[in-house]
Design a protein around this ligand. Structure first.
Ligand code: ADP
Ligand code: MG
Length: 302
């Protein structure tokens, strides 16, 4: 017997490196009318590197001590930024103290007990809210200044706090995927509107990257639930929305979307499980290809 068009399209998508989880999903891919893209790990390669290590003057920490402290707290995390921090410490040959009582908050950062002190590593805008108004106001102002300087340069700034007091800032940078701009353009042509960017990262770095790939609508500083809200708004406006993401923070948005697509290599287990389709071969440009495939298959079905 000849294979039904949607099943045959699934096989073809597989050859292009996209795992489509069902015939229903294969059909839904072609119905996409709007696309929301994640930044880190989706538009970028997802292998960020630490570029700047800045201990605050009053912290008494050297660059190495700051990096080792941050890496100890980040060690249990699977976030790409955490891997960047741990790799940077390893590259410098730093010994990491064990972390206890590790917790992580998607879109915010991590906390852990390191050498008896509570260490927090994460988004400056989120952590500094707690530090302002406390005894560490000066350190908070200094850290905020350092962070915005790094963000103006397109970096993701990560704040390091010990016992609630800012002790330093790390600058982290990730490379744009080579096919990011072409994919944004192709998705725009296929859906009739330019994709939007939804990211937990800071607005300065996000806007800079968006300009490079041709995205105008940038939503930054989003928590996982805010990404869901952005998707729900598009859906309410009558547009079947595709979300492309990679992280734990994207899982709720992937679930809320008409079709959720996860980037496989950088992707967290939760994102891969939640998504309707997975980009197994690490090429963003395969997403518009499978949308076109779906449309061709549906013409054969009806
Ligand atoms: P994106 O939406 O671009 O994938 P995330 O929501 O994963 O970004 O992260 C948003 C922000 O939260 C990061 O830019 C960072 O400031 C902070 N953050 C989240 N997890 C971590 C972590 N493990 N270490 C440091 N910072 C983190
Ligand atoms: Mg991400």
């Amino acid at each position: 017997a000849t294979m039904p068009p949607l099943l045959s399209a699934i096989a073809t998508a597989g050859r292009h490196g996209v795992l489509v989880k069902s015939a229903v999903v294969m059909e839904q891919l072609g119905q996409t009318q709007a696309v929301a893209l994640d930044k880190t790990g989706t538009l970028t390669e997802g292998t960020p590197r630490v570029t700047d290590v800045r201990p605050l003057p009053g912290s008494g920490l050297t660059e190495d001590a700051l990096l080792a402290l941050a890496a100890a707290a980040e060690h249990p995390s699977e976030h790409p930024l955490a891997r960047a921090v741990v790799d940077a410490a390893r590259t410098r040959g730093l010994a990491l103290s064990p972390a206890q009582d590790f917790t992580s908050a998607p879109g915010v950062g991590v906390t852990a007990l390191v050498n008896g002190a509570t260490v927090a590593v994460g988004a400056p805008a989120r952590l500094l809210v707690d530090a302002v108004g406390s005894a560490s106001t000066d350190a908070a102002a200094l850290a905020a200044g350092l962070a915005s300087g790094l963000e103006d340069g397109g970096r993701t700034a990560v704040l390091v706090q010990r016992e609630g007091i800012p002790v330093g800032v790390l600058g982290i940078a990730d490379r744009l995927r080579p096919d990011a701009a072409a994919t944004v353009a192709a998705l725009g042509r296929l859906t009739g509107r330019t994709p939007i960017l939804v990211t937990g990262d800071n607005l300065r770095a996000a806007a800079r990257l968006a300009a490079e790939v041709g995205v105008e609508d940038v939503r930054a500083g989003l928590l996982p639930q805010d990404k869901v809200t952005a998707v729900t708004e598009l859906e309410r406006a009558g547009r079947r929305t595709m979300v492309i993401g990679d992280g734990v923070n994207d899982a709720p948005a992937l679930a809320a979307a008409h079709v959720g697509v996860a980037m496989g290599r950088a992707g967290s287990d939760l994102a891969l499980e939640t998504a309707d389709a997975v980009v197994v071969r690490d090429e963003l440009a395969t997403v518009p290809t499978v949308i076109a495939l779906s449309r061709r298959a549906r013409r054969l079905v009806v």
